[in-house]
Design a protein around this ligand. Structure first.
Ligand code: UDP
Ligand code: MG
Length: 329
């Protein structure tokens, strides 16, 4: 029997997590798999951990990793991938917006040889116009600047154990964009379509600020094009400078007073804003370098239940970057 791990990041999902676990188990029933449900409680304050524990007393294969505080969904998923021991690992949301009914099809694809099965959003009837517009802007930016096509991409995926291991152990970066990384790693990739339903209970845990942060991480971790844009801006200002300079010299030779106070002001303003924007862009990258070089662990575990002792120990292990540093010396 193959063991399948289901990683569910959960932030304040006490109201719906029990039902989500039950639904997942119901859909795995009869597939000849041994389920391992790993809920990662991402610093919830509403008793999500206790709710998972209660579910674990009634249902088989339920475990929980409770992070010491809210570290964000990306870190929670990383903790779940690290803890997973199945031959395949699925990641999905706790709010049933990622339909468990799709799991049998994803598992079938995996059994036929796919190593990464992406669930791709085909329709979004459950999402508001604002959410859809936001997603469209996010994807467009990402594709143009980051070079990763994220159209319809979601965090609902099924990974072969080998790919899960690569994502959890071989990529030492702290700022992560799982959707992009799961594509970046390669291997045999396939997609299956699904339509996004309404949230089962509670409200979205993502604020606009969190989405902007995620977009910045996605772009910065996948591309240096913004830095190139800075260079292009510099080149444009140089051209502008040469043009305005030539005009000024020309007037001077002809003995005319140098005209164009407005031109001067405009040029100053334009160059000034180019410089500020460029500094901001470079600052973003420097900030990320600083964060990465500090090499703090991407999450800390507060409590666990249902995990094997070695799995629990793996969650406490030093981050890959620190290990790598030691090996290099
Ligand atoms: N989530 C998390 N940590 C956070 C924010 C969200 O683990 O800091 C989880 C959340 O509990 C849910 C999933 O990430 O299982 C997706 O969140 P949500 O449904 O709020 O996002 P949306 O569907 O609105 O994009
Ligand atoms: Mg949701």
């Amino acid at each position: 029997m193959q063991r399948i791990s289901i990683v569910i990041p959960a932030r304040n999902e006490a109201a719906g997590i029990g039902r989500a676990i039950k639904e997942v188990l119901r859909h795995l029933d009869g597939l000849d798999v041994e389920p391992e449900i790993i809920v990662v409680d991402d610093g919830s304050t509403d008793g999500t951990y206790e709710a998972v524990r209660a579910a674990g007393e009634r249902l088989p294969g339920v475990c929980c990793v409770s992070l010491s505080r809210n570290f964000g969904k990306e870190s929670a998923m990383l903790a779940g991938l690290t803890a997973a021991t199945g031959q395949a690992v699925a990641t999905m949301d706790a709010d049933l917006q990622h339909p468990p009914a799709l799991l049998p099809e994803m598992i079938r694809r995996w059994r036929e040889g796919a190593q990464v099965v992406h669930a791709v959003k085909e329709r979004r009837p459950g999402e508001s116009l604002a959410t859809r517009l936001r997603a469209a802007a996010f994807n467009l930016l990402l594709e143009k600047l980051g070079g990763v096509s994220a159209e319809g991409c979601s965090d609902f995926k099924l990974l072969d154990a080998e790919v899960a291991r690569v994502l959890a152990q071989r990529l030492p970066e702290r700022h992560r964009f799982y959707r992009g990384l799961a594509t970046w790693v390669g291997f045999r990739q396939e997609t299956v379509g699904f339509s996004v339903g309404k949230r089962d209970s509670g409200a979205s845990k993502f604020t606009l600020r969190m989405l902007v942060n995620l977009a910045a991480t996605a772009i910065i971790s996948f591309s240096t094009i913004p830095l190139r844009i800075v260079a292009v801006l510099g080149l444009l200002t140089l051209l502008l400078g040469v043009g305005v300079g030539a005009e000024a010299l020309w007037s001077w030779f002809r003995g005319e007073a140098v005209s164009g106070f407005a031109t001067l002001i405009l040029t100053l303003l334009i160059i000034g804003s180019f410089i500020m924007i460029s500094l901001g862009v470079i600052g973003e990258y420097v900030g990320r370098i600083y964060e990465e070089i500090k090499a703090r662990p991407p999450y800390l575990v507060g409590a666990v239940f249902g995990l094997e002792p070695e799995t629990a120990a793996r969650l406490q292990a030093p981050a890959p970057l620190q290990q790598r540093g030691k090996a290099d010396r």
